[in-house]
Ligand binder design. Structure first.
Ligand code: GZL
Length: 323
């Protein structure tokens, strides 16, 4: 806020001396607002869009915030540029939803040098010096993967199954943790065979493309372990277009538990969906308010998450969920 005030004072001085172009009459001042620069991964999935909406609803002008969102279109280099722009703009806080775990040390050192606190949400980052970020709030992705594999163990036991693995963005915590969970399951169950593994970048289009290619090559499989719902939607479309019945001919395991996916759980098309909660807006708001009051939030906060199958999902549960 103080830096924004400095910028506005300079602008006013330039205007008074006629040295700067007259800004639009509706230039708003944010002197009483907390200015937050949010570097968002992209808009690749239902999860991501719910995450963005949650941030917009919590960090609203009505709540005293000016939120500047940059959509990185899943490219880390765009996030690095956005962070530098936020520093230059003099924001009060930076919130980063990182595309990947590595490569943040340099730009976060610039934010630290500029005195701008950085809050990490969702996926984790790996930095040499953890003073480069104030705190992190997100999911335990390995726990999510273990949850999915526990369900598979209960459902399949040591029955021989052929697994297709659709991974998320390679190098993201969500992909790393969910993949580690499946790898542990493969180690534990020698009868489980991984017949295909590739990244679908968390998108529906890529998920459909990968499964269509497998069907065209007549690769046989019994289970699709999809690291998010949107790739599962694409896989389901590919199966249906090939005359196969998801949930009957192929078991689908997914992650996120978005609303549309839970409808598919109710219909038996997705067999198990592990929640990954995107509603970080109020959590970030609480962190900023604590910092503004001189408090110290925990360095790492893991959100509580559930999972759903046909035996546990109900219309009441769905109607009570925020995404
Ligand atoms: C998980 C998040 C992942 C979701 C995907 O926390 O980073 O990215 O699982 C999203 O749907 O694209």
């Amino acid at each position: 806020m103080k830096r924004m005030m400095i910028l506005l004072c300079i602008l006013a001085a330039l205007l008074l001396t006629g040295c700067a172009p007259t800004p639009a009459a509706d230039v708003e001042t944010y002197e009483d607002m907390i200015v937050v620069g949010f570097s968002q991964v992209g808009a690749e999935s239902d999860w991501r869009n719910a995450n963005t909406r949650s941030m917009q609803q919590a960090l609203s002008e009505a709540n005293g915030y000016r939120l500047i969102i940059d959509d990185a279109q899943q490219k880390q280099e765009r996030q690095i540029t956005a962070i530098r722009n936020f520093i230059h703009q003099g924001v009060d806080y930076i919130v980063l939803a990182p595309t990947t775990e590595k490569g943040w040390d340099t730009v976060l050192a610039e934010a630290k040098a500029a005195g701008v606190p950085v809050i990490i949400v969702d996926r984790m980052i790996e930095v040499e010096d953890d003073s480069l970020f104030t705190c992190w709030i997100g999911s335990d992705f390995r726990k999510e993967g273990d949850n999915a594999v526990r369900w598979m163990s209960r459902h399949f036991g040591d029955e021989p199954i052929r697994i297709v693995h659709l991974q998320g963005n390679i190098g993201s915590s969500a992909q790393l943790g969910r993949t580690q969970g499946l790898d542990a399951g493969l180690d534990e169950h020698p009868a489980w065979k991984l017949v295909y593994r590739n990244t679908g970048d968390f998108t529906q289009a890529k998920g459909q493309e990968l499964v269509e290619a497998l069907l065209a090559r007549k690769i046989g499989f019994d289970v699709i372990y999809s690291e998010n719902d949107n790739m599962a939607y694409g896989a389901i479309d590919a199966l249906k277009n090939a005359g196969l019945v998801p949930g009957r001919d192929v078991t689908i395991i997914s992650f996120d538990a978005s609303r549309a996916a839970l409808e598919m759980v109710m219909q038996g098309e997705i067999s198990y969906d592990v929640e990954c909660n995107p509603l970080h807006g109020p959590r970030v708001q609480a962190i900023i308010e604590k910092l503004e009051a001189g408090g110290k939030p925990p360095k790492l906060t893991y959100v509580e998450e559930s999972a759903f199958d046909a035996a546990t999902i109900t219309r009441e549960i769905m109607d009570g969920r925020g995404y």
